[in-house]
Every structure is written in structure tokens, then in C-alpha cells.
Design a protein. Structure first.
Length: 92
């Protein structure tokens, strides 16, 4: 079986596409790799300039009282409701 020019060209293009796909996946997984044609720029070191304002003083931690365990109070009886008469006065 004879391979034509188009068959060989299709094999070459398929291989090139697979190689490009592998390179893209490598760069996607590790952007700092040596294969990346556009590496990140190096970040200059941070300069710490002393500020003219003094450091703010902090308040001491507050004391939170701990709950005391008290004996449970004995329940008291509630008085029964009484009848309150309703008196309506005319005119007011």
C-alpha cells in the first residue's frame, strides 16, 4: 500500500498538533517552566520605609468573668388569676 503525499502531511500535522497540546499542558501546569516563551517578570524586592508615625498602643486584653455555678432555685407557686370587673361609664 502506497502512502500519498496527503497521508504523510496529515500524519505530520497530527503529530505537530499533539506536540503543541503537550507543550500547552506543561506550560499551563507550571507557568515558571523553561518552556514558557513569555515568563513572568521578576518582581523587585519590597522596600520598607520607616513611617514617621509611632506604632499605636494596644489595650490590654479584657477580663471576662467566669460564670459561677449556683444552686438551682426552688420553683415558687404562681398565684391564680382573679376576676377583674369591667365597669363602663357613659360619656367617658
Amino acid at each position: 500500500m502506497k502512502h500519498s503525499t496527503w497521508d504523510i502531511l496529515a500524519i505530520i500535522i497530527t503529530a505537530a498538533a499533539l506536540i503543541c497540546l503537550v507543550l500547552v499542558l506543561i506550560i499551563y501546569a507550571n507557568p515558571d517552566s523553561g518552556l514558557n516563551p513569555f515568563p513572568f517578570p521578576t518582581i523587585p524586592p519590597t522596600i520598607v520605609v520607616p513611617s514617621p508615625t509611632p506604632t499605636l498602643l494596644q489595650l490590654p486584653p479584657t477580663w471576662t468573668p467566669t460564670p459561677r455555678s449556683e444552686a438551682t432555685r426552688i420553683p415558687t407557686s404562681t398565684p391564680l388569676p382573679t376576676l377583674t370587673p369591667l365597669v363602663l361609664t357613659p360619656g367617658g
